[in-house]
Design a binder for this molecule. Structure first.
Ligand code: PEP
Ligand code: MN
Length: 308
């Protein structure tokens, strides 16, 4: 992997690395600021209107900043409904579990669940973040979300980059677990070169040989936080301890470390009954832990002159 050179900064990533640029990133009513820590919390998957409304209420009480919720899920396997269902990701792939919805149906279902999330967000004053998978869903999703998330699998998806660069909502770009900061900054530059400046980065772990086991999926590259802050000081850096660790008991300590290392925010999965979450039941925090996490993170942020 190449290091970032002086030539890169001059010729390949001149916009994303600007030092004196006044970058405005506004997700609904929330504006990213250097002295603020954004806590984006919510379920892996929006399962029902009641679920997302209940989560919104609780995370708001805990002091979270924004509501996250997966609608289009990039599931690892094709078995189980693409929208998630109780047994998604478990059991044997029986033929009748292969459920690939026609796109029209998928979008219709997604729009209904996006509306639940928007309503819940509005009710509790929480801007909404959701992952986008299909470039032709930007228009539809724009009606419901305040910030788009590009998952690690889509970091280099040019269709998504083109479509999102043309929309008026900020974009949270997740770094693929095998990609360098140089590449991530390159993706940022692809947006900037297209006139899209309201972007943020999200570190969600890198994979190293000893992490190829079920217990720990990836390792947060803690150095990526100060490194990105040095290279691109005006782009917020968030950390996702949920998808990196994939393990509930690791989420809180890693979240604390991320904030201590200078991260501008967190993306955390929260569920009322984590073990029963349709997707990613091993990592979601319950409400009590969410409250604890935000309290602890706020205390660390205070030492650094910041607040949640
Ligand atoms: C998510 O945040 O719901 C998600 C699937 O993230 P990632 O792209 O990091 O796996
Ligand atoms: Mn998840």
């Amino acid at each position: 992997m190449k290091d970032i050179s002086a030539n890169d900064i001059k010729n390949n990533i001149p916009l994303v690395t600007r030092k004196d640029y006044k970058r405005v990133i506004k997700a609904g009513e929330y504006t990213f600021k250097p002295d603020k820590i954004a806590v984006i919390a919510g379920p892996c998957t929006v399962e029902s209107k009641q679920q997302i409304t209940d989560i919104a209420r609780h995370i708001k009480d805990c002091g979270a900043t924004m509501l996250r919720g997966g609608i289009f899920k990039p599931l690892t396997f094709p078995y189980g409904e693409p929208l998630g269902r109780p047994d998604a990701g478990s059991g044997q792939p029986e033929p009748d579990r292969l459920r690939i919805l026609p796109k029209k149906e998928l979008f219709k279902n997604a729009e209904r669940r996006l509306a639940y999330m928007k309503e819940a967000g509005e009710k509790y004053g929480l801007p909404v973040v959701s992952e986008i998978l299909y470039a032709d869903s930007v228009g539809m999703m724009s009606k419901y979300v305040d910030m788009f998330q590009v998952g690690y699998r889509h970091m280099f998806n040019m269709d998504l980059i083109e479509a999102l660069a043309a929309c008026d909502k900020p974009v949270l770009i997740k770094r693929h677990y095998g990609e360098s900061l140089r590449s991530l900054l390159g993706v940022g530059e692809h947006f900037e070169a297209r006139g899209k400046h309201d972007i943020a980065f999200c570190e969600r772990g890198v994979v190293v040989p000893h992490t190829h086991n079920v217990e720990s999926r990836a390792v947060i590259d803690i150095q990526a936080i100060p490194a990105l802050k040095e290279y691109a000081p005006t782009v917020p850096v968030l950390v996702d301890p949920s998808h990196a660790t994939f393990k509930r008991s690791y989420v809180m300590p890693v979240a604390r470390a991320a904030i201590a290392a200078g991260a501008d925010g967190l993306l955390v999965e929260v569920h009322p009954d984590p073990e029963k979450a349709w997707v990613d039941p091993l990592q979601a925090l319950n409400y009590k832990d969410c409250e604890k996490l935000i309290k602890e993170v706020a205390a660390i942020a205070k030492i650094l002159g910041r607040s949640v």
